[in-house]
Ligand binder design. Structure first.
Ligand code: SF4
Ligand code: SF4
Length: 398
């Protein structure tokens, strides 16, 4: 390991860390702690470890107080807790001191990768993205192949040379069979509503979110530059996303060269303008706020209004909703690092969903659909898991 400084953390972060009062409020709301019953996964434990590490390697501090660098075992143990986190941001939401914890966890992952203390799966994420430009190591030329499974898809497969709107699909929706129903639904709705849109096909690369979550921030720029150039080449003014993590990346890490919108906002506007007529759909539904859309982008109302704009749909809230909504277990690359923990968090989520008495749980994220639908299918739970695009597709008054 090379001699590390604390430069992966901003001055603001270092100041924030010193303000932690160890109140442990963050641990009470952490889905990873509840599911694992392991306090070492909590934000408060992580803050203590982080402070110890930072002090031990700050040159002057180390000399004055004879602080020793933690052993390799201690580093590895600590790293193991840091990557077993869904990056859901629940801890940040409740922290009374206002520490920007989610951003801190991202910097910490980056720092651990720089220090060479990270889970081996991180190398796989790096290689997959570097070689294939998608997180599944699939052929990127096949990114738009889901269109072939659509009935009545146009010959151009929704890939046009120029269009007003680009639909940025994201890796999960493009490649994962359970999630491919989302782009199929959205393409049908956009077509039905007369939107001049295009996909980017193989010209779309991963938005970069898995790199950020894996502590590989240094690789991001290549992906950002490529995607911006690909959208520009389409002459588009607007980019829409069904994936909250792609949307989050474009909001926070991409220079703002285009109008961007999550699909819940985009579709709600068109419904209000009367451009998407909807028919009666008798169904009791609840809504799961995806972490990156809810706590991340503060989009809470648009999905609820969109759901309730469908006649016949009865909407019931989860007991923990909006800012307090618990992660489904699919965030932060957790599934790749600790699939068992991810599954246990999904179990908690589905139990909460079942408590509402709803017939279907609606969300607006392909990763949430993938996590919840996989759990429901494997455990034969009698509940339907739908993305909001699928719900709207079902209600289209054709
Ligand atoms: S809630 Fe904030 S102040 Fe309290 S222990 Fe967690 S990080 Fe520290
Ligand atoms: S981001 Fe979520 S999973 Fe990670 S420590 Fe905070 S509350 Fe726990």
């Amino acid at each position: 390991m090379r001699d590390m400084s604390n430069l992966n953390f901003s001055i603001k972060q270092l100041l924030e860390m010193s303000a932690c009062t160890n109140c442990q409020v963050c641990a009470d709301v952490c889905p990873a702690v509840t599911a694992s019953q392991d306090g070492a996964l909590s934000a408060t434990y992580r803050m203590k470890g982080l402070n110890r590490i930072l002090r031990s390697r700050t040159g002057l501090f180390r000399k004055l107080f004879r602080k020793k660098e933690p052993s390799a075992d201690a580093w590895n143990q600590f790293s193991n807790t840091v990557f077993r986190c869904t990056l859901c941001g629940n801890c940040e939401e409740v922290c009374p001191v206002g520490i920007h914890l989610r951003e801190l966890w991202l910097s910490l992952r980056h720092d651990l990768v720089d220090s060479s203390y990270y889970p081996p799966k991180i190398d796989m994420i790096r290689d997959n993205l570097d070689e294939s430009h998608n997180v599944f190591a699939e052929d990127n030329e096949e990114r738009g192949d889901w269109v072939e499974d659509m009935r009545n898809a146009p010959d151009h497969g929704y890939i046009k040379a120029k269009a007003e709107v680009v639909y940025f699909t994201g890796c999960v929706a493009a490649y994962f069979p359970l999630a491919q129903k989302i782009p199929m639904a959205l393409a049908e709705i956009l077509e039905f509503s007369g939107v001049d849109f295009t996909l980017m096909g193989e010209q779309e690369w991963c938005c970069g979110f898995p790199l950020l979550g894996a502590g590989l921030k240094d690789m991001l720029q290549k992906f950002i530059d490529h995607n911006l150039a690909a959208v520009r080449a389409k002459g588009a003014k607007k980019v829409v996303f069904a994936c909250p993590s792609c949307y989050q990346m474009w909001r926070e890490y991409y220079p703002q060269q285009f109008e961007i919108a999550h699909v819940t906002q985009f579709l709600l506007k068109r419904v209000r303008e009367g451009k998407i007529p909807l028919k009666e759909l008798p169904l009791i539904v609840t809504y799961h706020d995806p972490c990156d859309l809810g706590r991340g982008a503060r989009v809470f109302d648009a999905p609820r209004e969109l759901i309730q704009s469908i006649p016949g749909v009865k909407f019931v809230e989860l007991s923990e909703n909006r800012e307090a909504c618990k992660c489904c277990g699919g965030g932060g690359n957790l599934e790749m690092i600790d699939a068992g923990l991810s599954k246990e968090i999904a179990r908690q989520k589905i139990e909460a969903v079942m408590d509402t008495g709803a017939q279907a749980v609606i969300t607006s994220c392909q990763q949430c659909v993938r996590t919840m639908a996989t759990f429901v299918k494997r455990n034969k739970v009698p509940i339907e898991v739908l993305d909001i695009t699928q719900l709207v597709q079902r209600a289209l008054d054709r």
